[in-house]
Design a binder for this molecule. Structure first.
Ligand code: FE
Length: 301
């Protein structure tokens, strides 16, 4: 069983910028770099939940999911194999790079690399935010959520629900937008997918949830002070009730920085909305690419 979004990895020629952007704008803690020089960021009691690796192109390298231990991870890996996709088990050195005890990995039908991890390391040191803030809402709800555009929405929807075991939270259909949102814990969604306007998969954003609205306001001020493009203004989503704004990260993908997300439980019945936001979230900086096209060849270390 998948229990939460454990970690996220990207590659980027601008990876070094994350050494200041991560702590000073997002509030993450900069921890020891990976052997390849990857900038690693900590958000809570776990060693790190984000790594930006050096690379020639901006891209998503992997999405790491926490599971109910190796047996739980093995069960999902078997389902993925039965679906017809090759699954590999990471070597011990590969697992050590992620600071986990182990993981299986595979490339899904949309070209996204997923890792099914167990045993995320919790170091003896305490989390220290990179700037004054109240910290991140993570724990059992994991790092946050990731949103992808996929070329075959029905195929990906079936794969995430029937093979990986994601639970549908709701559907949003608004003009050209057709999106599904899925939960694996109390967080309204850990994964969402939208229909891609073309045959390419793309990464739309990573959401981080701060513990207070003040942290979101401070991040908004910092973006203005540092000329970090705010791609969607402050607003509130219809479905997960997140009060958030979107910023353009140094690596081309967007980060939704929010507070106040809705919790779901086992009695949740999937909902249907005709718009994504109740107020705000106006698009700005339309000259910037709205997403990052996925490169399945992205390095994995
Ligand atoms: Fe979001």
């Amino acid at each position: 069983m998948i229990t939460s979004l454990a970690y996220f990895g990207a590659t980027s020629p601008s990876y070094k910028e994350w050494e200041t952007f991560g702590p000073q704008v997002l509030g993450a803690e900069l921890v020891e770099p990976g052997p390849d020089g990857a900038v690693r960021l900590r958000f809570d009691e776990v060693a790190h939940r984000m790594a930006i690796h050096p690379g020639e192109k901006d891209g998503v390298a992997y999405v790491g999911w926490a599971t109910t231990g190796q047996t739980g991870a093995r069960r999902i890996a078997d389902s993925v194999s039965a679906y017809g996709l090759p699954v590999e088990q990471a070597s011990e050195p590969e697992a050590a790079l992620r600071k986990v005890m182990g993981f299986y990995w595979f490339i899904d039908p949309a070209g996204i690399r997923h890792e099914l991890a167990w045993g995320q390391m919790r170091p003896r040191t305490t989390f220290l935010p990179g700037r004054a803030m109240s910290g991140f809402r993570t724990g059992e709800q994991g790092l946050g959520h990731v949103v992808f555009a996929v070329p075959d929405l029905d195929k990906s929807d079936k794969f995430y629900r029937e093979v990986l075991g994601f639970q549908l939270s709701d559907t949003v259909i608004d003009g050209p937008i057709h999106a599904y949102f899925y939960h694996v814990n109390g967080r309204h969604h850990s994964l969402a997918i939208a229909r891609s306007p073309n045959e390419h998969a793309a990464f739309l954003h990573l959401m981080l949830e701060a513990n207070s609205l003040e942290d979101v306001g401070t991040a908004l001020d910092l973006c203005e002070d540092r000329n970090v493009p705010v791609t969607r203004t402050l607003g509130c989503h219809t479905n997960d009730r997140m009060t958030s704004f979107y910023l353009h990260s140094p690596s081309g993908f967007r980060i939704e920085y929010g507070w106040g997300g809705l919790d779901v439980d086992d009695l949740w019945v999937p909902r249907y909305y005709d718009r994504t936001s109740t107020w705000g979230h106006r698009h700005q900086h339309k000259e910037l690419s709205p997403f990052l096209v996925l490169d399945p060849q992205a390095p994995s270390n």
